[in-house]
Design a protein around this ligand. Structure first.
Ligand SMILES: [Zn+2]
Length: 314
């Protein structure tokens, strides 16, 4: 398949780089290192539909010089639209990894992609504070709080952690990573950075993440290296299961933003939908794309955020 290139763009690229129009495609190909600049995957000139994209969009003053022109898989380039490459490229690389792994990956597999395999964490707990010893060598000391859940009194703290501190609590939270949900949170975090903290529990030398897996991954994909987590100090696996399985418990932990509430309810609904489909078999009318979520990854692409993000800073 040829590189998709309009005649006028071909002429503009040719004149900006001192070439003849018929030389443009071969020159683009040799400059590309045969890699898609969005997902970093191999481009196959014979079988892939390949598009030309401007690293800095033309609408933001980007020119037609080779230094600003890249080749990309058509699917990803359509999805990127006018978004800034740096905002969407990490997510697209993750998406390619996700698809290469059969579109079923666990939180732990995603940690592999992010080069953040979990390690042990050491803790010293005193009467009213806890000192952590994290894999990066830092030793944060934070106060202990407590709350009542049902008849139990639970001790917890808030601490800044890196992704490599966290083991997925796979028995409490066995769900695979959902790409649509991950993308929605990733985009929402740009606008609303103050989401509720993900929750984990300490057991021996391990911190098990049992709530907020998607939020945690979304932050990492957005380039956030440290985030605050709620750490329960004496919550058993069984008690965590009760906590996470009760919609009531999730909603009780108000205030959630309307987005978080919707995302959690959507998750609950999707879980029931999966159970239902397991029982009765797949039905096109009940596919996730048409039922709960708009199929925004393949058709509409992400919302354009940078203008609004600027306005929130003003
Ligand atoms: Zn690609």
């Amino acid at each position: 398949m040829p590189i998709i290139l309009s005649k006028s763009l071909k002429n503009q690229i040719a004149s900006a780089n001192g070439l003849k129009p018929e030389q443009v495609e071969d020159e683009l190909w040799s400059q590309s290192s045969q890699k898609c600049f969005l997902c970093d995957g191999q481009l196959n000139r014979a079988s892939d539909t390949i598009e030309v994209d401007h690293h800095i969009p033309q609408s933001e003053g980007g020119g037609h010089e080779f230094s600003n022109i890249r080749l990309a898989h058509s699917l990803y380039n359509k999805w990127k639209r006018n978004n800034n490459t740096n905002d969407v490229a990490p997510f697209l690389r993750f998406r390619r990894f996700y698809e290469e792994n059969g579109s079923h990956i666990t939180f732990s597999k995603a940690q592999e992609f992010l080069n953040s395999l979990p390690k042990d964490v050491y803790t010293t707990i005193s009467k009213d504070s806890v000192t952590f010893e994290l894999p990066n060598g830092t030793k944060p000391k934070v106060p202990i709080f407590s709350e009542s859940v049902g008849s139990a009194r639970l001790n917890y703290c808030f601490v800044e952690l890196t992704l490599d501190c966290l083991w997925n609590d796979s028995e409490v939270q066995p769900r695979d990573v959902k790409l649509n949900h991950l993308h929605a949170i990733s985009m929402d975090l740009f606008l609303n950075p103050l989401h509720e903290q993900p929750a984990c529990r300490l057991e021996g030398k391990k911190l098990y993440l049992f709530d907020g897996q998607h939020k945690t991954l979304a932050k990492a994909l957005n380039g956030v290296t440290h985030a605050t987590f709620k750490v329960y100090l004496d919550l058993s696996r069984a008690a965590a299961t009760v906590l996470v399985n009760s919609v009531q418990a999730k909603i009780k932990k108000l205030p959630l933003t309307p987005f978080e509430l919707a995302a959690k309810l959507t998750d609950e609904l999707l879980d029931y939908l999966e159970l239902y489909q397991d029982k009765v078999g797949q039905d096109k009318r009940l596919s996730k794309g048409s039922f709960v979520l708009s199929n925004n990854l393949t058709e509409n692409g992400p919302r354009r955020l940078s203008k609004r993000r600027e306005s929130t800073l003003l």
